[in-house]
Write a protein that binds this ligand. Sequence first.
Ligand SMILES: [Zn+2]
Length: 307
Amino acid sequence: MRTKRRKILSALLFSFLLTGFGLAQAQTIRVITTTPDLADITKQIGKELVDVESLTRGVEFMHAVPVKPSFVPKLNRANILAAMGLDLEISWLPALLEPASNPKIMPGQAGHIDCSTGVSVIDVPKSLDRAEGDVHPKGNPHYNLDPHNGKVMARNIADGLARNFPQHKAVFEKNLAAYVAELDKAIVRWQQMAAPLKGAKFVAYHSDWAYFAQRFGLQQVGSIEVKPGIEPTPNHLVALAQKMQQDKIPLIIYGPQSDRYPKQLAGQSGAAVVRLQSISGGAAETDSYVKFIEYNLKSLLSALKKS
Ligand SMILES: [Zn+2]
């Protein structure tokens, strides 16, 4: 009798576990993000309710991410897609979304989170000149480098998750509040750390440092690119080297690009060269959004000391 009852109990327990497991699986929200920053922030907001994957790893130049067929099924299965927007992903994401045939994550649909919503966009061109090759036709899309925009990204992600899964809204809001508090605390520390950077002039390879410079008081005086996305001409480099010598510009910042032009300019002008990360995830010390901002600040401070 006792054995029989035990058998029934174990059968019940087994089927309960199966159902419970099935439910848990069914309820996990599948989120695909375009960058590791957005993946990290989504994890902070969704915790165990989400299964998150970024399409890029942080080592790519975001304007030229290779279109991989393996991305298509991931997008097809996603409940939600979180993207930077402002055309940052224009050269590769639309080409993946079409074959992914997942209407709910298309731009403008409920499952598509445009994380640039609410960002004060800088460098908005007066006229649209994508025809000339400018890859920032809607203004500068590298807003993730200002940690205050990290809070905007987190808010957009929390709103997007709640829009699609309103039953978990309270959890998302609670996790958002905790993450924003963590960022606020870090921002106070970063502002103090960045004091020596105030007024520092720099030349950047690409214009990805505009928001960072605005937040921490640095001043960009030129770009290696002729305009965003357009490689330099010899004349442009000669003029830039002269300007750097005359104005004693101490720093050249570059990212995933080749170090050829930065090193060449450094040789001519005596400036220090520093390689920074414009998206998290490119190195172990930048595997979260908070660590990535910290890494860039520390790298800049140590480069400025050497210059
Ligand atoms: Zn750019």
